[in-house]
Design a protein around this ligand. Structure first.
Ligand code: SAM
Ligand code: SF4
Length: 447
């Protein structure tokens, strides 16, 4: 009998990828994925621990699920609950103590064990780091994916930025073998993907032996993937400035499938703060990388992550961050108030910045980034660009797709446009999206 599986995914794209793999792993046990938790037989919370209150949110969600579990039991049924992801990794035994009604807890490197754990005694916790074993155990997309698919190429982090939990929750850097990635990408294209985004906490730290036996870094892998027939767009995220090597930068000039958009987090524009964050680059080194990237690909649009209010950050440090944003000019950016994470070195620094100061700095930084984003979007008006249609819009006959620069573009089109790549004239540019008019022939999704 088919059982209903609901997965609630928090956090980054790597969790989105992991949730899709979890659904595939559970399918042979009769679980069919549903967007809706109502009536589910198994609910998996795939959690994120990157910022504060993550664990508390998970415990409140577990409280709500417990009520549902009781209601199901009263009606003679059963609801099983599992917790996966980075909160599971960080809090494994604590989850079992506070929520003993949970059937299984699996860390991000152990989730391939979930089917066996659910078949065994309840209350099992798996938080080891067998990344290679995990990838070898993963089933592959039996269903048709969206036109744009994720492919995790690298996991974990050895950088130990002083604010970040990732090295503790995801483990040390692991690169998947090139041959496996080429085979997985080929399968994705065969079932309809036209765009593949390579994922990793430090995606540009990816390295490994190529099928030719030579040592490959990400630039070489991108070139090999670009040679796959039918793979029309490539992206990669998230990168660290330290590993933007010459070959990867040259790939932006030489590989037409590599989209002219790069998310390259810098976190701060102050050298003092970058040192305290253990970022191992200064603000000018970041500016120089941007110059080299733009020399290779003048059309490159940039995105970044910023943390405001890192312990000890002064007004002068904050101004240095604003100056860097003005110098570089971003098409979009993510910004966060610093959030002390238990177990990280920065959490023990005494000069924590008061919340009202962080709020004011965040508002100032976001206003600047939003002005840049609006200017970038407006500058696209009058241009023609390919848009990959990936979901229906709000009203009938409307579609939303992605521009090469990751903007959402709204267009009108026929009912069968999902997955088409359409040549689009940009009519309007707004804060968060563009309006386009399609002209020229749409190229159909692969069969
Ligand atoms: N590996 C990437 C890098 O080197 O920048 C980013 C990974 S992290 C999952 C995504 C973003 O979350 C970071 O770039 C950072 O801006 C933010 N972040 C991480 N820890 C944080 C913390 N303790 N407080 C606030 N923001 C944080
Ligand atoms: Fe976290 Fe990224 Fe720093 Fe690694 S490089 S510790 S993932 S912010």
């Amino acid at each position: 009998m088919t059982k209903k599986l609901h997965i609630k995914t928090y956090g980054c794209q790597m969790n989105v990828y992991d949730s899709a793999r979890l659904a595939e792993l559970l399918a042979p046990q009769g679980y069919a994925l549903s967007d809706d938790a109502e009536g589910a037989d198994l609910v998996v919370l795939n959690t994120c621990h990157i910022r504060e209150k993550a664990a508390e949110k998970v415990y409140s969600e577990l409280g709500r699920l417990r009520q549902r579990q009781d209601e199901r039991a009263a009606a003679g049924g059963e609801l099983r609950i599992a917790v996966a992801g980075c909160v599971a990794q960080a809090e494994g035994p604590e989850i079992m103590r506070r929520a003993p009604f949970v059937a299984a807890v699996v860390g991000p490197q152990s989730y391939h064990r979930l089917p066996a754990m659910l078949a065994g005694a309840p209350g099992a916790v798996a938080t080891e780091f067998p990344a290679a074993e995990k990838f070898a155990a993963l089933a592959r997309q039996p269903t048709r994916p969206a036109a744009s698919a994720f492919l995790t190429v690298q996991e974990g982090c050895d950088k130990f930025c002083t604010f970040c939990v990732v090295p503790y929750t995801r483990g040390s850097e692991f690169s998947r073998p090139a041959a496996d990635l080429l085979a997985e990408a080929e399968r994705l294209v065969a079932i309809g993907a036209r765009e593949v985004t390579l994922l990793g906490q430090n995606v540009n730290a990816w390295h490994g032996a190529g099928p030719d036996g030579a040592p490959w870094t990400l630039g070489r892998l991108i070139r090999a993937l670009a040679a796959l027939p039918g793979l029309e767009r490539l992206r990669y995220m998230t990168s660290h400035p330290l590993e933007m090597d010459d070959d990867l930068i040259a790939a932006h000039a030489e590989v037409p499938q590599l989209m002219p958009f790069l998310h390259l987090p810098v976190q701060s524009g102050s050298d003092r703060i970058l040192r305290a964050m253990n970022r191992r680059h200064d603000a000018d080194a970041y500016r120089r990388i941007i110059d080299r990237l733009r020399a290779a690909q003048p059309d490159l649009a940039l995105s970044s992550d910023f943390i405001v209010g890192f312990p000890g950050e002064t007004d002068a440090d904050h101004k240095a961050t604003l100056a860097l944003i003005r110098d570089v000019g971003f098409a979009q950016a993510f910004s966060f108030k610093y959030s002390p994470r238990p177990g990280t070195p920065a959490a023990t620094i005494e000069q924590q910045v008061p919340d009202h100061v962080m709020t004011a700095r965040l508002a100032e930084l976001q206003a600047l980034v939003m002005r840049q984003q609006l200017a970038f979007n407006r500058a696209c008006v009058g241009r023609t660009m390919d848009v990959l249609i990936d979901r229906p819009g709000k009203r009938p006959g409307q579609w939303i797709g992605k521009s090469p620069y990751m903007q959402s573009v709204v267009v009108d089109g026929p009912a069968d446009w999902q997955g088409h790549l359409v040549e689009t004239f940009i009519v309007d540019g707004y804060q968060n999206s563009l309006n386009g008019r399609v002209h020229g022939a749409a190229s159909a999704a692969a069969a």
